[in-house]
Structures are given as structure tokens and as C-alpha cells.
Design a protein around this ligand. Structure first.
Ligand code: F6R
Length: 242
């Protein structure tokens, strides 16, 4: 595991964007795994700026997002599809059919999960998977206790995750109870993992991920076993590392 530490959120975001952009320039048909949440927003802004300046193209890139709420239509304001369209896809030259996100309203949930994995395999796997981290160590929607061996599957959201996301829903009880997420095994199958974390409230989760026991109680700890994993942190998120 490699740890890169920058002074603040903006520098962390720029460093992460540079790593992704360099790889797209080397391999224009990169298969990129993406995350939602607030952490990657700065990286997305930097990538958009590179495309605007003509320094980067997503024309041959394919993306696979980690997760989506169950029960939300793609055009629901809080769906992760809407989030990705607003924060990244509509501002870059990616071909819309090359952006994949689990469906919020699949006809058959288990079949859709299998199909998502098949699509990833058809693209020869994910080259770089971008991750954020939850304060309880979750990655994707893989909460503490989730088995390391799972591929894309349906999960019940924990109360803490539902509460953390309630601010985006009105009324807050509208936060979905379930989601589809790539599993920890899907994440570990990526050739390279880039975990981004910023802020003091992530420092304990980062410490346990980097130096704690590898345990299903802290899902991100599984990344210690990944052969090519980079943590891009700001000073505050790195504060508890030895
Ligand atoms: C989002 C996702 C989540 C977030 C995590 C951190 O697709 O997979 O695991 O990365 O909840 O969220 P933020 O970045 O909002 O702190």
C-alpha cells in the first residue's frame, strides 16, 4: 500500500486527478471505477478542467460506478446516476453508453448484480477503482461485517449510513433502505485502487484501514491485501498514521 499525503483537500484532489489523468493518457480506453459522495468532487472538478483545456479526453474511457440506491429512478434528484451526470459526465467528452451505474429499479435484483459483474468482466476488469471511505470504514456500500468474498450484491443500509445521507432527502425518512453495491471482492479485483480521504473525521477510519487488523469489521482494511493500492490523503485524514 502506498500513502500520498497532501496539505489540504484541494491539493489532495489535484494529486488524485493527476494520477487518473496520467493513466488515461497512457491508456485512452481505461476502465475507471468511480465513487459518489463529497470526497471525489474536487478530483472531478480537476478532471473537468483538464478536459476543458484540451489536455485530457474521456472519449474512449468506460466507467463503472460502485453503487446505487435501490428504489430510485435514474432521474431521481438523489440517485447516484443524477449525481454523476451533474458532477462529472455532462461536463466531459465521455460517451454516455460507456458510463455504467447499477440500476436503482432493476426487474430482477440478483440477475442485475450478476450482469453488472459480467459487464465489468467483458471490459477485461477495472483498471483503476476510485474509492472514498466512510467513518466506519465502509467502502462502496459495504458496511462493517460485510464478507470480503462478495461481488456486486444488494445490501441493507445501516442506520448510521442512512442518517449520514438523510440531509439530502426530504423528508429524511425517504432515504432508501437498500442499495446495490460492488462487493469487496469486486473492488479487490480492480488492477489498481485509489482511495481518497480528507478531513479529521476520516482519520480514525484511515488509521484502521492502513495499520489495523484486516477484518470484516473494518471493510477498508481488506485493501492492505491489494497489490496496487494508493491512499491519497490530506494532512487531517493522515493525522493518526504513525
Ligand atoms: C459512494 C461510496 C461511499 C463513499 C463514502 C464516503 O459511492 O461508495 O462509500 O465513498 O460514504 O463518503 P464521503 O466522500 O461523502 O465522505
Amino acid at each position: 500500500m502506498k500513502i500520498l499525503i497532501e496539505r489540504d483537500y484541494d491539493a489532495m484532489s489535484k494529486r488524485a486527478a493527476t494520477l487518473v489523468a496520467e493513466q488515461i493518457r497512457l491508456q485512452p480506453d481505461l476502465v475507471l471505477g468511480l465513487a459518489t459522495g463529497s470526497t471525489p468532487l474536487g478530483m472531478y472538478r480537476n478532471l473537468i478542467e483538464l478536459v476543458r483545456r484540451g489536455d485530457l479526453s474521456f472519449a474512449a474511457v468506460t466507467t463503472f460506478n460502485l453503487d446505487e440506491y435501490l428504489g430510485l429512478a435514474p432521474d431521481h434528484p438523489q440517485s447516484y446516476r443524477t449525481f454523476m451526470e451533474e458532477k462529472l459526465f455532462r461536463h466531459i467528452d465521455i460517451i454516455p453508453v460507456n458510463t455504467r451505474i447499477p440500476q436503482g429499479l432493476p426487474d430482477d435484483i440478483a440477475r442485475h448484480c450478476d450482469d453488472y459483474e459480467r459487464q465489468i468482466a467483458k471490459h477485461d476488469g477495472i483498471d483503476i477503482q476510485v474509492l472514498g471511505i466512510g467513518r466506519n470504514g465502509h467502502i462502496g456500500f459495504n458496511e462493517p461485517g460485510e464478507e470480503f468474498g462478495k461481488l456486486t450484491h444488494c445490501v441493507t443500509l445501516s442506520d448510521s449510513t442512512r442518517q449520514a445521507n438523510a440531509r439530502f432527502f426530504s423528508p429524511p425518512e425517504e432515504v432508501p433502505t437498500h442499495a446495490i453495491t460492488m462487493g469487496l471482492k469486486s473492488i479487490m479485483n480492480a488492477r489498481r485502487v485509489l482511495l481518497l480521504a480528507s478531513g479529521a473525521d476520516k482519520s480514525e477510519a484511515v488509521r484502521r484501514a492502513v495499520c489495523g487488523d484486516v477484518t470484516e469489521d473494518h471493510p477498508a482494511s481488506v485493501l492492505q491485501l491489494h497489490p496496487n493500492c494508493v491512499f491519497v490523503l490530506d494532512d487531517a485524514a493522515a493525522a493518526k498514521l504513525p
